[in-house]
Design a protein around this ligand. Sequence first.
Ligand code: CP
Length: 308
Amino acid sequence: HRHLLGIEPLHPSEITTLLDLADSYADKNRTADKHGTALKGLTQINMFFENSTRTQASFEIAGKRLGADVMNMAMQASSIKKGETLIDTAMTLNAMHPDLLVVRHPQSGAVDLLAQKVNCAVLNAGDGRHEHPTQALLDALTIRRAKGRLHRLSIAICGDIAHSRVARSNIMLLGKMENRIRLIGPPTLMPAGIAEFGCEVFDNMEEGLKDVDVVMMLRLQKERMDGGFIPSEREYYHRYGLDAEKLSHAKPDAIVMHPGPMNRGVEIDGTLADDINRSVIQDQVEMGVAVRMAAMDLLARNLVSNRG
Ligand code: CP
């Protein structure tokens, strides 16, 4: 592939290849010798049109660890504010010959569109409610390291599924790897037509969490509810917030995940989120750097072979 725009076009064997490489980067990242040369001489530009802590920081660290020249566009201070379009901005940067463009944008499909216009490799860092492929890949690596495998697991994805690109990318990835996926949340936050993805749907946490291996919590994406129904946080926490009691319905060794940013006391109890015996939330962040190193490494190999 020339770009990483989503999980949808990836074959299970390609996912495994990327995770294997990321696994070795994750081990290396725990040593004093973190640096490599896979992106030496390449220019990486990060363009984040939406807020980010984890994704932007880890893409920057990943690029620098592999020797790229990394530039973070300060989008708030850019000429987008003067009315320049996304494509004009991208073409302007394209003229500076970057090799890797990492893009987050609030509109679904914006990153695909941009990828059609530029000459470099584009990595989707989250577009609207469409896809967040590196998040699903880092979640997969976290699960594989915690559970020893990434197939035939029972995985619950809970909360605001309808507005979540994280849920969409995870449903596709975990489905391709032959896991059983349960979606739990209020019917108002379930996307239409979700049954065709082969997921079981529940609106009750106790039922949905029964005997699952993995519990993945999601934030209420209020910024995408544009005028629609927004549940009260107190009511939502009571019915759908993960606490020790609700988690007791899952397998005794079930792990708790959250892509972040999390809202403590809304979708998850703060004490549970910090419980290192159950929560792998910090491991997810750690795997984020390794997965982004692997993704950019593989795309860079393609750039080199395409240039002959
Ligand atoms: N999980 C995730 O995408 O976090 P950020 O929005 O902080 O990048």
